[in-house]
Design a protein around this ligand. Structure first.
Ligand code: APR
Length: 255
């Protein structure tokens, strides 16, 4: 009797999870979009944080210190997202969701829109959306219920409100900032109730997102990781599939 591979074992777990509503939760990170040409953050040479200082580029302090540089950096990243296409991994997840309505909750740390462009719905975005804007400070007109629209801002770097000089920033979660509460609560409920948590393409270096794997395990779910490299949450997982998102997920999630 040939030994079951990790992929075989996780496919068996998936079949069980697919048998009930909310049976499967999926947590993705930057590795999910690496094969779409979007750089990860911490991969040795290619990772953004090996080339750029996150404190200067992904924090409110960094933005206030040099808004034009931060805005320019996000403008380049946005263009990278707009030029990218969902890969076979994104499509396999969206396809599984359509084949098993109500079974899968897709939670992502990614600020790109590749899951949605692949057809996935109800994606819980823990770290925001790089293609959306918001004001760096609360709009003074908001109290009177007519907050200025970021779309009206003057086309400067970054765009600035003609009314009150407020600056536009990308609608992503920067270091030191809280996650959108609704998203985090929904993600916690999903991992509390799932039979299987599939963790794809994350180093597990950033909390509270990484804590979802620990929470799922405590709640009695099976935790499986898809990552070509070891991650900081490997010890929480029952199964480790050493491969890439675009190679492994189509096989794992195939009908
Ligand atoms: N398929 C699957 N996994 C991959 C692939 C791939 N093709 N390529 C790389 N990986 C793995 C790496 O081995 C690494 O473990 O993806 C992981 C990427 O880790 P990070 O770069 O740390 O990205 P992530 O875990 O998403 O970072 C979390 O940190 O910088 C912040 O807000 C940012 O959301 C981000 C958070």
């Amino acid at each position: 009797m040939p030994r079951m591979t990790a992929t075989d074992t996780v496919r068996a777990e998936l079949a069980r999870a697919a048998g009930r509503p909310g049976g499967l939760a999926v947590l993705t990170g930057a590795g999910m979009s690496a094969e779409s040409g979007i750089p990860t953050f911490r991969d040795a040479m290619s990772g953004l944080w090996s080339r750029f200082d996150p404190a200067q580029l992904a924090s409110e302090e960094g933005f206030r210190a040099d808004p034009a540089r931060v805005w320019q950096w996000y403008a380049e990243r946005r263009q990278g997202v707009l030029d990218a296409q969902p890969n076979a991994g994104h499509r396999a997840l969206a396809d599984f969701q359509q084949r098993h309505p109500g079974v899968m909750t897709l939670i992502t740390q990614n600020v790109d829109d590749l899951h949605q462009r692949a057809g996935a719905t109800g994606v819980l975005r823990l770290h925001g959306d790089i293609l959306q804007d918001r004001w760096i400070d609360p709009c003074p007109r908001a109290q009177r219920g007519n907050c200025c629209d970021t779309g009206w801002a003057l086309d400067t770097q970054p765009p600035v409100c003609a009314e009150c000089g407020n600056q536009v920033r990308p609608d992503v979660v920067w270091f030191g900032e809280s996650l959108p509460l609704g998203m985090l609560t929904a993600a916690e409920q999903a991992v509390d109730g799932c039979a299987l948590l599939l963790v794809v393409g994350t180093s597990g270096a950033v909390w509270p997102a990484a804590g979802l794997a620990h929470r799922a395990r405590r709640a009695g779910a099976t935790v499986a990781i898809v990552n070509p490299q070891p991650s900081e949450i490997d010890d929480v997982a029952h199964h480790h599939i050493r491969g890439t998102a675009a190679e492994v997920l189509p096989v794992l999630l195939a009908a």
